[in-house]
Design a protein around this ligand. Structure first.
Ligand SMILES: Cc1cc2nc3c(=O)[nH]c(=O)nc-3n(C[C@H](O)[C@H](O)[C@H](O)COP(=O)(O)OP(=O)(O)OC[C@H]3O[C@@H](n4cnc5c(N)ncnc54)[C@H](O)[C@@H]3O)c2cc1C
Length: 449
C-alpha cells in the first residue's frame, strides 16, 4: 500500500511536497483553506505584477537537481529565448511563479492519476487512531492518513497594542489582504520586503500622496547586483561566533558584501546548527536585522524605483520608535521618536499598514489546528520562538522534546531548526528530502543505485 500523506497548506511548501511525493508513488491529500492560494500561497498568490521575485529566475526551479527548470518553463534557458546574460539576471513577477507552480501541480496530478486529492477547507484538529491519523476539517469532513505534514506558512503579523484604539478602516492589521483606500498619508510600520511590496503597489496604482515607512533601524533591503552571482564554491568556514563575524567582515572587505554573504549560503544551515541556543539568540538579537537586509535582496529595478520615490520626496524611510497613536477624525495621529533623537515628531495618517513581518511565535493566537497540537502537548515552539520545534527530518517535537512519528512541519515554520528555510532554494531541498523519507525511496531516477 502506498503511504498516505495529508498536507495542510497548499502554498509553495505544501504544493512542492505534494509534487515530490507523487513522483515517489505516495497518495496525497492537499488541504488548502483559500482556493485562490492553492499552489501559490502567500508569496506567489499576489495579483500585482509589480511584485517581482527577489531571487533570479535562473535559480527558481522547483527541484534541487534542476534549478534552471523555471527558466525553461518560461521558454528561456540555454539555446532558448533571450541571450544568456539577460536570462541570468531576470527577476520576473511573483504571479508568474505562481502560474508555474500551478502548472506543475496540475501536471503531477495528471501523471499520478488517482493519487492526488485536493481538498478545499481548513484543517482544525487531529487525532491518532489505530492504523493512522485522522484530520478534521472545519466543515466536519475527516481525512485519514499515515502521515500529516503542516505546511501552514506565515501567519499575519502580531498586533501592535499601540494601535488598539484605531479602527480597521485606519489600520490594516494583515498586510497581505486589504488596500489603501483613498488615503493621502500612508504609514508603513516596517521597512522590509512587505513594506516594499506596498510601496510598489501604491506606486503602480497611481498613489499621489506621501508614504512614510518606519522601523527601529530604518534598514531597507539592499539590492541585487545588476550582474548575476559568480561565487566559487568555498569550504565551510571553520569559524564560529565572533570569529565567524570577523571572517565575514574580512571577506566583505576583500570581495564585497554580496559575495561574502553569497559564499555563506551553502553553509548557513550547518553553521546555524553548529551554534548552541545561546549563540543563536545572540545572532538574532544583534545581527538579524543586518543579515536580513543583506541576504534577502531586491531586484535591481525595484531598488531603483524605491530610490527614485525617496528622491522625489514621495517616500520617506525613517529609523525610530512609535510612541503613541490616537484616533483623529477618520485618521490617526501618530507620534514617534527618531533613532538617537531627543525630540518627538508627529503626523496624521489616514492609513496605517502593519508590515512588521509574519508572527513567528505560534503560542500567540495560534490557528485552531496548531492550538490543538500545542494544547495536547504534541507540538511545542522552538527555543527562539521562530516557529515549531522540529528535528532534522522535520518531525514535530512534543512538549518533552520527543519526536512525533508521523507528524511533520515544513517551510518557514521550521526556521528554529534550519534558520535559512524561507526562500525557494532551501525549501525545495527540504521537501525533496522529506518526500524521499516518507516514501522510503532509496532510488531516484538518474541517481543510480
Ligand atoms: C511576500 C513574499 C515574497 C517572497 N518572495 C520570494 C522570492 O522571490 N524568492 C524566494 O525564493 N522566496 C520568496 N519568498 C519566500 C518563500 O518562497 C515563502 O516563504 C514560501 O512561499 C513559503 O511557502 P509556504 O507554503 O510555506 O507558506 P504560505 O505561502 O504562507 O502558504 C501556506 C498556506 O497554508 C494555508 N493554510 C494555513 N493554515 C491552514 C489550515 N489549517 N488548513 C488549510 N490551509 C491552511 C494558507 O491558506 C496558505 O495558502 C517570499 C515570501 C514572501 C512572504
Amino acid at each position: 500500500m502506498p503511504v498516505r500523506v495529508a498536507i495542510v497548506g497548499g502554498g509553495f511548501s505544501g504544493t512542492l511536497l505534494a509534487i515530490n511525493l507523487l513522483r515517489h508513488g505516495a497518495r496525497v491529500v492537499l488541504i488548502e483553506r483559500d482556493g485562490a492560494r492553492l499552489a501559490r500561497g502567500m508569496a506567489y498568490g499576489t495579483r500585482d505584477p509589480a511584485h517581482l521575485l527577489n531571487v533570479r529566475a535562473s535559480n527558481m526551479g522547483a527541484f534541487p537537481d534542476d534549478p534552471g527548470h523555471f527558466l525553461r518553463w518560461l521558454g528561456l534557458g540555454p539555446g532558448l529565448g533571450a541571450d544568456k546574460g539577460d536570462q541570468a539576471n531576470l527577476f520576473v513577477p511573483r504571479l508568474t511563479y505562481g502560474a508555474y507552480l500551478h502548472d506543475l501541480l496540475a501536471a503531477a496530478g495528471r501523471e499520478a492519476s488517482g493519487q492526488l486529492r485536493i481538498v478545499k477547507g481548513e484543517a482544525i484538529a487531529m487525532e491518532r487512531r489505530a492504523g493512522g491519523l485522522s484530520l478534521r476539517l472545519d466543515d466536519g469532513r475527516v481525512v485519514e492518513s499515515d502521515a500529516l505534514v503542516l505546511a501552514t506558512g506565515n501567519a499575519a503579523p502580531a498586533d501592535i497594542p499601540l494601535f488598539s484604539d484605531l479602527s480597521s478602516q485606519v489600520v490594516a492589521r494583515n498586510p497581505w489582504v486589504g488596500d489603501s483606500g483613498n488615503a493621502r498619508e500612508v504609514l508603513l510600520v516596517g521597512t522590509g520586503l512587505t513594506a516594499v511590496d506596498w510601496i510598489l503597489s501604491l506606486d503602480r496604482a497611481g498613489f499621489a500622496g506621501r508614504i512614510t515607512a518606519i522601523s527601529r533601524r530604518g534598514l531597507v533591503p539592499r539590492a541585487h547586483a545588476l550582474v548575476g552571482p559568480n561565487v566559487a564554491p568555498v569550504f565551510q568556514p571553520e569559524a564560529r561566533g565572533s570569529h565567524l563575524l570577523r571572517h565575514v567582515r574580512r571577506r566583505s572587505e576583500a570581495v564585497g558584501w554580496r559575495h561574502a554573504v553569497d559564499e555563506l549560503r551553502p553553509h548557513t544551515q550547518r553553521l546555524w546548527r553548529a551554534h548552541d541556543a545561546a549563540a543563536q539568540a545572540r545572532f538574532l538579537r544583534h545581527l538579524r536585522p543586518w543579515w536580513d537586509v543583506h541576504r534577502h535582496r531586491l531586484a535591481p529595478e525595484v531598488a531603483q524605483r524605491i530610490a527614485q520615490l525617496q528622491a522625489e520626496g514621495r517616500l520617506e524611510c525613517l529609523a525610530g520608535s512609535l510612541i503613541s497613536a490616537h484616533p483623529d477624525g477618520d485618521a490617526a495621529l501618530v507620534i514617534w521618536r527618531g533613532r538617537h533623537a531627543q525630540a518627538q515628531e508627529s503626523r496624521r495618517f489616514d492609513r496605517i499598514i502593519l508590515c512588521t513581518g509574519p508572527q513567528a511565535d505560534i503560542t500567540r493566537d495560534p490557528q485552531p489546528l496548531l492550538g490543538q497540537l500545542l494544547a495536547n502537548g504534541l507540538a511545542r515552539p522552538d527555543a527562539h520562538r521562530l516557529g515549531l520545534d522540529v528535528d532534522h527530518q522535520c518531525h514535530l517535537r512534543n512538549t518533552l522534546g520527543q519526536r512525533q512519528s508521523g507528524l511533520f512541519a515544513i517551510g518557514p515554520m521550521t526556521k528554529g531548526e534550519a534558520w535559512e528555510i524561507v526562500a525557494v532554494p532551501d525549501i525545495r531541498r527540504q521537501v525533496w528530502d522529506l518526500a524521499r523519507f516518507l516514501t522510503d525511496s532509496h532510488w531516484v531516477g538518474g541517481e543510480g543505485l
